[in-house]
Design a protein around this ligand. Sequence first.
Ligand code: ADP
Ligand code: MG
Length: 437
Amino acid sequence: MKINRLEIENVKRIHAAVIEPAQDGLTIIGGKNKQGKTSVLDAIAWALGGKKYQPSQAVNADSAIPPRLKVIMDNGLVVERKGKNSDLKVTDPTGKKGGQQLLDEFVEELALNLPKFMEASGKEKAGTLLQIIGVGEKLAGLEQQEKELYQERLYVGRTADQKEKFAAEQPYYPDAPQELVSPSELIRQQQDILARNGEKARIRANAAEAERKAAAAEQALSMAFGAAAEAEKRLEEAKAAYNKAVEEKEIAFSAADQAGEDESTAELEENISDIEAINIKVRANMNKLQAEEDAKEYRDKYQLLTQKIEDVRADKTALLDNADLPLPGLSVLDGELVYNGQKWDNMSSAEQMIVSTSIVRKLNPKCGFVLLDKLEAMDLDTLKDFGAWLEGEGLQAIATRVSTGDECSIIITDGYTEEKPDETPKSTGGWKAGMGF
Ligand SMILES: Nc1ncnc2c1ncn2[C@@H]1O[C@H](COP(=O)(O)OP(=O)(O)O)[C@@H](O)[C@H]1O
Ligand SMILES: [Mg+2]
């Protein structure tokens, strides 16, 4: 839906304006400052957008007559506001009456208020585009996923760093055994030796006792010899006792000989006292190994998350690559619009306008027009390119510009439109690309 004709009376700065914008491309309303250019756009927004677009000072202060608006659409629909209350009247070509609801069907709000789109945050603009191309929710889901994975990876990465640092700081003793050493076996060996040594001591004491006994027997023998006559009988006994004692002595001595020297427990004692020192190293080695394993677990997890993030990013790219974007070169990167690789703040104002217009156009394809205030930022070449682009898109743009140059289709002075002399007829009268000026 496009605008065929506008009649505006006593709205804001406008006294009386009649405009027949070109069907396609730019129609520039020119004029000096404060002549009523923006008032024209405000009046259109009010006429088509409804009450919420009613200017706070809608009535022209210099006029006693209430505002009157009339917009004739290209399908013959007539939109009027007039009378004391500026009541809306919508009449379709068959004469049937309608209301704001009918207008809302083909009027895209952002087409009436493009600055609202242009001034939105980068995120909001990108969100609008994604919503139009139908991937908003999916992409938001992927982005959420990516964010969560990223956060998780950040944490895992930091933990891996800490753990690796901790593992590296742990001491390591290459000469220590792998397993902890137990002192119980050594203690048992020591106790065995001590028991054997006790037995040997007992045998030796035995021998000493036998020796002492033999000596006593010998003494008794010599005493017996002294009293040999009367002790003949006892001599024999003593001889026998002597022989027995000597025999026992020999046995005992041979036992003592066999028992040999005492064994030393000194080495074992030393080993036992070494155990604690060895085990300190073994435990340290085990701790280091554990720390390294711990760190590796986190490093592996980090790598896994990196892979997942890359997958999600690939999904995002695929999602946008397959989407039906309203403008070649337009896409979304990191939640922001990009046009030919440039983010919003790096686009020229003409590019910003093209991007905005194409997005707004897609929001409601029924809306064939867009209002653009303050086109001063564009030089004539840019304006020409923009006009050509609009024509190519079959879009009608009604714009204002502080200028009275040839690029303007109509000039407003003191609230009145004046047709420029030597201008093409109004019905096709838009300034078009390629017209030359
Ligand atoms: N209701 C009104 N009656 C009369 N003058 C108005 C009204 N509303 C705004 N103006 C005046 O109109 C001028 C701005 O009009 P505008 O259409 O924005 O001009 P332009 O866009 O051509 O610079 C300002 O001087 C402002 O004070
Ligand atoms: Mg203005």
